[in-house]
Design a binder for this molecule. Structure first.
Ligand code: A4P
Ligand code: MG
Length: 200
């Protein structure tokens, strides 16, 4: 193999992202336990935020959970409690919010488009940004994926600002939400509306 190929291969290997554990092993250092057990979602696991404040929102969200559970190559893993929340950067009646955790073999844009079809079937209209809505389905987290694409930004760019995302997310994926993050959204008007099983 030509020397420049060998140099290129060595450089590519050095640049390859490695886990904290692999880096620690190669450097022969101990990492603090928190760095070794970085709180993450598995690569095929997706947290979906559900919200709505028009019509019978509880019934719509319950229908939406069942529709998500029936998506191809997708398995419903957990559903949080249902929360009532004051509109944030929005208007109209109080919202109902929840988070569902699924595993899926769908590609990210395929799941996004499937969720948008469910929103549409629930009568979602988009007269303007943050308008009151019958149903909003946002992808909050997808494993450890990060994306700056306008069509699908991951993690959801506003999730950390919102108690109506963080509280239900902490129920179904507690490793993804820190006490500091919960503390930062304390005081937003949110209350438990119904416990687990509300959607059945
Ligand atoms: N998009 C980009 N990234 C994502 C993602 N991770 N998940 C794109 C879903 N969609 C994503 O979304 C606008 C565009 O964002 C889409 O074309 C999609 O490709 P949209 O659902 O049409 O519009 P939206 O809902 O007005 O925007 P968005 O970004 O979902 O709004 P937010 O920031 O989520 O705010 N207050 C309470 N109490 N409860 C709520 O549920 N929701 C909002 C919506 C505001 N205030 C609220 C609540
Ligand atoms: Mg949305």
């Amino acid at each position: 193999m030509p020397a420049r190929w060998i140099r290129w291969l060595a450089r590519a290997r050095a640049l390859r992202p490695r886990s904290a554990a692999a880096v620690a092993e190669s450097l022969q250092v101990d990492l603090p336990p928190a760095a070794m057990n970085k709180p993450v979602l598995a690569a095929d696991t997706v947290a979906i935020g559900l919200g709505g404040n028009l019509g019978d929102a509880r019934q719509t969200l319950s229908w939406a959970v069942k529709a998500i559970a029936q998506l191809p190559q997708t398995q419903l893993q957990a559903v949080s409690s249902l929360y009532g929340s004051k509109p944030i950067d929005s208007s109209g009646p109080d919202y109902l919010n929840a988070v569902a955790l699924v595993t899926t073999q769908l590609a990210p844009l395929d799941l996004l488009h499937a969720l948008q079809a469910i929103e549409l079937a629930a009568g979602r209209e988009r007269p303007y940004r943050n308008a009151p809505r019958t149903l909003d389905l946002d992808i909050e987290l997808w494993g450890q994926l990060q994306s700056d694409a306008a069509e699908l930004t991951l993690p959801h760019p506003r999730m950390l600002e919102r108690a109506f995302v963080l509280l239900p997310l902490a129920e179904v994926a507690p490793q993804c939400v820190s006490a500091d993050q919960l503390q930062a959204v304390r005081g937003q008007g949110i209350e438990l509306s119904q416990g687990s099983g509300w959607w059945l």
